[in-house]
Ligand binder design. Structure first.
Ligand code: FAD
Length: 312
């Protein structure tokens, strides 16, 4: 069961999810006792390929088609590569880009697509664990499957420089390229899943106007702002800031939880963080069970005091 992972890049940089996919791919390839291939399509593929030569990766394929992401080019190039190497599983980062082409690639191959995997093992085909308020395990039969991976669930593979890098001559049918990206806007915040520091705010903040307290701290320490469910449900912060089972999984160096109780559904998105710091007025809040450091206190005292230290 040859496994193919697909790298993701933006503005000339590889995204961390590319190497997370490689770790997931290696686990699956090991379970199936087979090879792990990685593909990078478009952009400066030849240059970026060196950073994809990671532990456990046998071959990196470059298909340098077009500077920007294109749905049809990705679908065609990856479909051809899957046939050429006889891959049986394609692992795609569960990003906005990955979720764009993964279903189309699956349709082209006449395979199922399984989204939002948090665990993988091998049986006759891949066995995929998904999590959404409960845990579900799916064994996929048939010729193959396209699986999208929840970001932040696997550690990024380390670069070794030892993989075999090959150029793949994709034969793109321009007449079948119907979608074109005409522009893109830069995110105001760094993407949550790539931020080194995340400052997350919960119901304890009280009102939307109080959010300034948290944004000031995030600005002072160069962090991205995230949230538990209540601030998102009230429309104070956009849905892509939600951390947890219904949102994203993050894996920063530091996760600072401000006025968050630490419900299981929230903690599910935080577990991969290297260091968790909690600020909460309730000493029995469950967030302290997973925090490396905790401050029991009123966030309206503690957070401005921290901001002042870092703003100096
Ligand atoms: C299927 C399902 C999926 C879900 N998915 C998610 C998800 O993805 N992400 C998520 O976050 N939730 C999710 N939830 C909701 C989750 O169960 C909790 O309700 C939610 O995480 C609680 O958010 P909170 O900690 O901000 O609020 P609360 O639980 O109300 O906690 C607020 C905390 O703030 C503290 N506090 C109050 N005032 C102050 C102050 N002045 N200073 C310091 N501390 C203060 C309190 O002591 C308390 O601990 C999901 C629920 C279900 C059923």
């Amino acid at each position: 069961m040859t496994v193919l992972t697909v790298a993701e890049h933006r503005q000339g940089r590889l995204r961390e999810v590319s190497r997370e996919a490689q770790t997931a791919g290696r686990e699956l390839a090991d379970a199936a006792n087979d090879a792990l291939h990685t593909a990078i399509v478009g952009g400066d593929a030849e240059r970026l390929a060196a950073d994809l030569a990671c532990e456990g990766v046998d071959v990196v394929h470059t298909a340098a088609e077009g500077a920007k992401f294109n749905h049809d080019v990705y679908t065609q190039a990856l479909g051809q590569l899957v046939s050429a190497i006889d891959a049986r599983v394609v692992l795609v980062p569960g990003s906005v880009t990955g979720l764009d082409y993964a279903p189309a690639l699956a349709a082209r191959l006449d395979w199922p697509v399984v989204t939002d995997a948090v665990g993988l093992t091998a049986g006759d085909g891949p066995t995929v664990t998904r999590e959404f308020g409960g845990v579900v395990t799916l064994a996929v039969d048939g010729d193959g499957a396209v699986v999208t991976l929840r970001p932040g669930e696997w550690r990024p593979a380390a670069v070794t420089g030892e993989a075999d890098v090959r150029s793949f001559p994709a034969d793109i049918d321009d007449a079948a390229v119907r979608a074109t990206v005409t522009g893109s806007e830069r995110d105001i915040d760094p993407a949550l899943t790539e931020a080194d520091v995340v400052v997350a705010v919960g119901r304890g903040i009280g009102t939307e106007a109080n959010l300034d307290v948290v944004f000031d701290l995030a600005d002072a320490i160069g962090g991205a702002v995230a949230a538990s469910a209540p601030p998102v449900k009230r429309g104070w912060l956009p849905a892509d800031r939600l951390v947890g089972w219904s949102g994203v999984t993050v894996a920063p160096d530091v996760y600072l939880a401000v006025g968050i109780s630490g419900a299981t559904q929230h903690r599910g998105g935080v577990d991969e963080s290297a260091t968790v710091i909690a600020i909460n007025s309730d000493p029995s809040a469950p967030i302290f069970d997973v925090a490396d450091y905790g401050v029991v206190g009123d966030l309206f005292d503690v957070v401005p005091a921290l901001t002042a230290v870092f703003a100096e």
